[in-house]
Design a protein around this ligand. Structure first.
Ligand SMILES: *Cc1c(COP(=O)(O)O)cnc(C)c1O
Length: 512
């Protein structure tokens, strides 16, 4: 085909067609459109902050779902006003407001403005972190932040890691390395190439009874089955009991099973307590077992000189999970997986000729894809943490963590001192598990506390979490907001009692 014929078969260019066809593409010709859209979207966010006095609208799922019926994807909306009206109606007005102290439920933090500014840049420039030719400065920014995090943990310069989508994914990487490391070093078997060896049916992973459920799911994903998980009982503060851990390891060995990993939790999702990291490190070393620490929640302690001693022993772990989107006040997603020895990351490297060919010198031309297991195309989430640390510094962030810890300690005193509440444990971080337990004897405490949680949620007033301990239903405070004060806590506790007393007054709830 000669060049002239080729040109004639190509699609028309922007200049000879209706301008509106390309109006929505982000490029130099649509700068005006972009800035207008951004401003309009920003206004809706401002409205979210101005109008939300409650953490939730209280809308019921059936009502919300019904309003989706009118949406027709074949009939586009005329302009941004119409679009954002719809987004507001279907989403923003019912969105959970994590920044309000009356939201005291899950591990969602209020987010920081420098990180939000970074989000604008991240999504528009849309770098992908897999290779240098898709993200030059981004590659080195991510690396510096990984190195910095490793330094805070107490690792040497031999450490390495990668940003991930979340703690569950980082935990998956930890168990994957543990599994493949064991197979390569003890069985001379490459799982990446040949799949699990017959011995894998006897691989065992030790976690506490309060470890995050992602460990169980990950064991399934890794072909080891949830049966490979050995749950270790916890002490009175719901931390892994190190003596029982050692006993369990011995038992498994005696039965011919193969311990491949211990996962300690630094900040349990239910109690915010930290497993005895140093004691577990000793056991891991003694039995030569991969030591992974799930610090998805507890990583915030790295920011504070006052409390970071709680993470002593973390520097001995082979790998660590960090969730910046929990305790570093980052917007979702922002998480990392860090290994003590970067050579271990070679276990997951896979070379694709079009991206990261084997002959390439990765010191000269780096490629973060070599360290990533699931994502190839990967968001430049690291810029959020970069902007946060550069503008605010570690010390200021650490203050937030200190305030949260101290508010929680005071709240624990308040709850413990009230004879109408049962408090199960204090917390190293920001979680309190308790229930309303008024003096009446013959009442169903689970039903009472379930009612409290539900009614507070559906009147939109307060969102508290819950969990079960030994089969019984408890309320749970997760304090992850430095703006939460003891006054808020008092108000929330009073509201809990009001709902509880409503329940008590309903016929049939007090046995006679
Ligand atoms: C939240 C949490 C996870 C999971 O992290 P995601 O970012 O939600 O995937 C893992 N472990 C612990 C202890 C957690 O609190």
């Amino acid at each position: 085909m000669n060049p002239q014929t080729l040109r004639n078969t190509l699609p028309v260019t922007a200049s000879d067609t209706d301008e509106s066809l390309f109006r929505d593409i982000f490029y130099e010709g649509t700068l005006e459109e972009y800035l207008t859209a951004l401003g309009a979207a920003g206004e809706r966010v401002a409205g979210f902050l101005r109008n939300n006095v409650h953490p939730f609208s209280g809308i019921r799922p059936a009502t919300l779902l019904a309003s989706f019926k009118e949406v027709d994807f074949d009939t586009p909306l005329p302009d941004y006003d119409a679009l954002l009206d719809e987004v507001q109606q279907l989403y923003i007005q019912h969105a959970t407001a994590f920044h309000l102290p009356q939201y005291i439920a899950h591990l969602n933090c209020p987010v920081l403005i420098p990180a939000l500014a970074a989000e604008v840049i991240i999504s528009a420039i849309n770098s992908s972190q897999d290779t240098y030719d898709q993200s030059a400065g981004g590659t080195f920014m991510e690396r510096r932040l990984i190195d910095w995090t490793g330094e805070q943990i107490g690792y040497s310069q031999q450490c390495d890691g990668v940003f991930t989508a979340g703690g569950s994914q980082s935990n998956l990487m930890g168990l994957l390395l543990a599994r493949d490391y064991y197979a390569v070093h003890h069985l001379h078997h490459n799982i990446k190439l040949y799949g699990c060896p017959p011995e894998a049916g006897r691989f065992r992973i030790f976690v506490s009874e309060k470890a995050h459920f992602s460990n169980h799911k990950n064991a399934g994903i890794l072909g080891l089955g949830e049966k490979s998980i050995v749950s270790i009982p916890t002490d009175t503060r719901f931390r892994m009991d190190a003596v029982q851990l050692e006993t369990a390891i011995r038992q498994e060995l005696a039965q011919g099973n193969i311990p491949i990993a211990i996962v300690a939790t630094a900040g349990t999702t239910d109690f915010g307590n930290i497993d005895p990291l140093q004691e577990i490190a000793r056991i891991a070393r003694e039995y030569s077992i991969w030591y992974h620490i799930d610090a998805a929640y507890g990583c915030g302690l790295l920011l504070t000189d006052k409390y970071r001693h709680l993470l002593h022993g973390a520097e001995q772990a082979d790998s660590i999970t960090i969730d910046y989107h929990k305790s570093f006040f980052q917007p979702i997603s922002s998480s990392a997986f860090i290994v003590k020895d970067k050579l271990h990351l070679n276990l997951i490297k896979h070379h694709a000729d079009y991206l990261n060919p084997p002959e390439q010198d990765y010191d000269a031309l780096p490629a973060q894809i070599n360290k990533s297991i699931i994502q190839s195309t990967r968001r430049f989430d690291a810029l959020k943490l970069w902007c946060t640390l550069r503008l605010m510094g570690r010390e200021k962030l650490g203050k937030y963590t200190e305030i949260i810890i101290e508010t929680t300690q005071q709240a624990a005193v308040l709850i413990a001192a009230d004879p109408e509440f049962d408090l199960l444990s204090d917390s190293d971080l920001g979680i309190l598990v308790f229930r309303y337990h008024p003096a009446q004897t013959a009442i169903d405490l689970c039903a009472l506390n379930q009612y409290i949680k539900q009614s507070l949620f559906f009147n939109g007033e307060i969102i508290v979490a819950s969990t079960k301990v030994k089969g019984a239903f408890y309320l749970k405070f997760t304090i992850l907001n430095p703006l939460t004060t003891l006054t808020h806590i008092r108000e929330i506790l009073a509201a809990i009692k009001v709902q509880g007393d409503n329940w008590l007054q309903q016929p049939g709830n007090i046995a006679v």
